[in-house]
Design a protein around this ligand. Structure first.
Ligand SMILES: NC(=O)c1ccc[n+]([C@@H]2O[C@H](COP(=O)([O-])OP(=O)(O)OC[C@H]3O[C@@H](n4cnc5c(N)ncnc54)[C@H](O)[C@@H]3O)[C@@H](O)[C@H]2O)c1
Ligand SMILES: [Zn+2]
Ligand SMILES: [Zn+2]
Length: 370
């Protein structure tokens, strides 16, 4: 009787048939990652969903992790905090999503109930925040467990463009919230974005909601600067001569910029922002920093500036989803490379050598092949 019941359960539950392992990108220590077998995730709490990934990608933050910049990421962790997939299983407490639903996974997990969530600061959720691919196994894998699924997933709209909507997991809300909203970009402003990686380009796209008069964009990589021009930057500036701040000051006749947005995460690029912010201006830091920066209060104390930092809250994701789905934002243009998920090591090489390969967003497609 017991055996018959188990067989019946296995027949009605495809997960019990499936192999108990999966392939995943595992971080071991600084500079060491591998594509290897890991146990498949299983439901642990009522609010969990298990998702079969269809598309994932690599973020600049993963490169910081690889450099050893983020001590919260320890050996054995599956990386990745962006992706789209199909729900395989839900816990009994999940009410908004069902098996078979296609979903966009947010890089930030939100319980929707704690004090931080209730003030819209999901990034500091007491039961979530940025945990995926950080303190919890992430999305660069065939399957992922998403806790607090009701607050951490978004329905994939019918007829949606998977490559465009993937950018809602992280870079679009990051660029918009940490860069544009925190920098208080206004009509007529002069804005400088330091860093033309996917995040800097997401700042560039979403800054244009507010019609700034000029947008300077600074990077070392001519190819990325050329892409930025296509996305609406008025003045690309190559900083490889070490004089980016001088060029910005010259172009603004010594005034500097109303908003300086740091989208790299290095002391040098933070210094550029400090050097070019106009009196009354804002510095909005977006980059993840692994090293201390020097705050030049001896120059800034009387400049009436403000400085903000932010971990993306993803509170604007529903609005951005409408902008992408309507075609008003076209972040799919950032996709330069596509790999099968099991070629992820090649994808890391390509993204890590972005300047040589002309890479922006590298997509990982999970087609089930190994
Ligand atoms: N705050 C958040 O919530 C959040 C979320 C996601 C990503 N991030 C961070 O945003 C940053 C950008 O992410 P990304 O995916 O675009 O990374 P990326 O590595 O693809 O891009 C960084 C860009 O900076 C440029 N750069 C490097 N040194 C420079 C210099 N000295 N002068 C000018 N440009 C220089 C590089 O050429 C590159 O184009 C990273 O630090 C990432 O960790 C922050
Ligand atoms: Zn990221
Ligand atoms: Zn919460």
């Amino acid at each position: 009787m017991m055996i018959a019941q188990l067989e019946l359960a296995a027949m009605s539950n495809p997960v019990l048939h499936a192999s108990a392992t999966m392939k995943a990108l595992v971080y071991h220590s600084a500079g060491k990652i591998a594509w290897e077998d890991k146990p498949r995730p299983a439901i642990q709490h009522a609010g969990d969903a298990i998702i079969r990934m269809t598309t994932s990608t690599i973020c600049g933050t993963d490169l910081h992790i690889l450099k050893g910049d983020l001590p919260s990421v320890t050996g054995g962790r599956i990386l990745g905090h962006e992706g789209i997939g199909v729900i395989e299983q839900v816990g009994t407490g999940v009410s908004e999503f069902h098996v078979g639903d296609k979903v966009i996974i947010s890089c930030v997990t939100a319980c929707l109930k704690c004090d931080f969530c209730r003030k819209g600061m999901y990034s500091h959720c007491r039961h979530g925040g940025w945990i995926l691919g950080n303190t919890l196994d992430g999305t660069q894998a065939e399957y992922v467990r998403i806790p607090h699924a009701d607050g951490s997933l978004y329905s994939f709209p019918p007829g949606g463009d998977e490559e465009a909507l993937l950018m809602l997991s992280d870079i679009l809300p990051t660029g918009f919230e940490c860069g544009v909203l925190n920098g208080q970009v206004k009509p007529g402003d002069t804005v400088a974005i330091v860093g033309a990686g996917p995040v800097g380009l997401a700042v560039l796209m979403t800054a244009q909601f507010y019609s700034p008069a000029a947008i300077f964009i600074v990077d070392l990589d001519e190819k990325r600067l050329a892409v930025a021009k296509q996305f609406g930057a008025t003045t690309p500036i190559n900083s490889s001569d070490g004089h980016a701040a001088y060029h910005v000051m010259e172009l603004t006749e010594g005034a500097g910029v109303d908003v300086a947005i740091e989208a790299v995460g290095l002391p040098d690029t933070f210094d550029i922002c400090q050097a070019i912010v106009a009196a009354g201006g804002r510095i909005a830091n977006v980059g993840v920093h692994g090293k201390p920066v020097e705050l030049h209060l001896e120059k800034l104390w009387d400049r009436n500036i403000s400085l903000t930092t932010r971990l993306v809250d993803t509170i604007t994701t529903p609005m951005l989803l409408k902008m992408v789905h309507s075609g008003k934002l076209q972040p799919q243009k950032l996709v330069t490379h596509r790999f099968a998920m099991n070629d992820i090591m090649k994808a890391y090489d390509t993204f890590g050598n972005a300047a040589d390969d002309g890479a922006l967003k590298v997509l990982l497609k999970n087609d089930g092949s190994r």
